[in-house]
Design a protein around this ligand. Structure first.
Ligand code: PSU
Ligand code: MN
Length: 299
């Protein structure tokens, strides 16, 4: 991989062993509408700071893999004009062509690990798609192979959640419920599906990460945190919106990496923006917790 361009403040924090939290850029460029996405990105950075860590948004600018973005770079990715959605396979393509790229969970994990960042906060991970079981997100395999802890709000039920959890089990990825015994379903706090283990605090999660490191364990881990109750969708509303969005995607012939961004935009329209409010609330919540875990790990 070419040299990473690590922002000076991030470099200093890493060198001093201070807590740093990586943030992905696909959720900004492809997951939320402009200009809300720009505001949410800044709020996410502030939430990480509020939790006691330094944020590092990861993205690709003109073929340069960047860890920690300035305002102009963030704005460029948020406008999402000709920004390649970069999972693992896409990063070298964006680099070779000198393109702008937004990193997914998989892409961000890969870069975060190269930079020496152990914690990463996002909204939802990719998984096995409902009705197309061969569409398995590279996020799941990256979680298996890269030692980064990803704090998320579970995954949307537009994915096949039981199949997604089965793949994580097969791949050896622990799914840790934060103050819950059930895997959260993104817009709604629970899916009825069990997690591997439940923890009550950031400090308790840090003990699991320390044990992974002490064992030389090469894989990652997933911390799943329910969306804050005040901004959660009602399960019926979420299900109906997701089902309708899936119908629209099928009718429009959307496939491959375009599926998730298409569905997110449709769900936002169907719920009159309530899905975006839930998305924002859970992102900020996850940022704060990831920062606290990073702090507990550093302390
Ligand atoms: N889920 C969301 N918002 C997102 C994504 C997932 O609620 O923006 C993005 C993440 O970047 C995730 C990616 O890594 O979609 C998964 O895409 P795919 O299924 O194509 O691997
Ligand atoms: Mn896919």
């Amino acid at each position: 991989m070419p040299q990473l361009k690590i922002a000076p403040d991030v470099q200093d924090a890493l060198a001093a062993g201070r807590p740093v939290v990586a943030l992905e850029s696909t959720v900004i460029s492809h997951g939320l509408p402009y200009p809300d996405n720009l505001e949410v990105a800044r709020e996410m950075e502030a939430a990480v700071v509020g939790g006691g860590a330094l944020p590092a948004i990861i993205g690709i600018l003109g073929g340069e893999i960047s860890v920690g973005l300035d305002d102009a770079q963030l704005e460029r990715l948020a406008q999402a004009r000709e920004v390649r959605k970069c999972s693992r396979r896409d990063i070298p393509i964006a680099v070779a062509r000198g393109e702008d790229g937004a990193t997914t969970v998989a892409g961000t994990m890969l870069v975060a690990h190269k930079a020496g960042i152990r914690l990463f906060a996002t909204g939802g991970i990719g998984g096995v798609h409902r009705g197309s079981p061969s569409d398995v997100s590279a996020d799941l395999l990256e979680l298996a192979r890269t030692p980064v802890c990803v704090v998320c709000a579970g995954a949307k039920s537009l994915l096949d959640l039981p199949a997604t959890l089965e793949v994580l089990e097969t791949q050896g990825v622990p799914v840790v419920g934060y103050q819950t015994a059930e895997f959260p379903a993104f817009y709604v706090p629970s899916s009825g599906l069990p997690v591997t283990v439940r923890v009550e605090s950031a400090a308790e999660m840090a003990t699991i990460l320390r044990a992974q490191d002490a064992l030389g364990y090469r894989g990652g881990s997933l911390v799943a945190v329910p969306v804050p109750a005040a901004d959660a969708l009602q399960p019926e509303e979420a299900e109906a919106a997701i089902a309708e969005a899936i119908r629209r995607a099928a009718a429009a012939g959307i496939a491959g990496p375009a599926v998730t961004p298409f569905l997110l935009a449709e769900i936002a329209a169907i719920t009159n923006g309530r899905s975006v409010a839930a998305n924002r609330a859970l992102l900020l919540n996850n940022c704060r917790l990831a920062a606290e875990i990073a702090g507990a790990l550093a302390g």
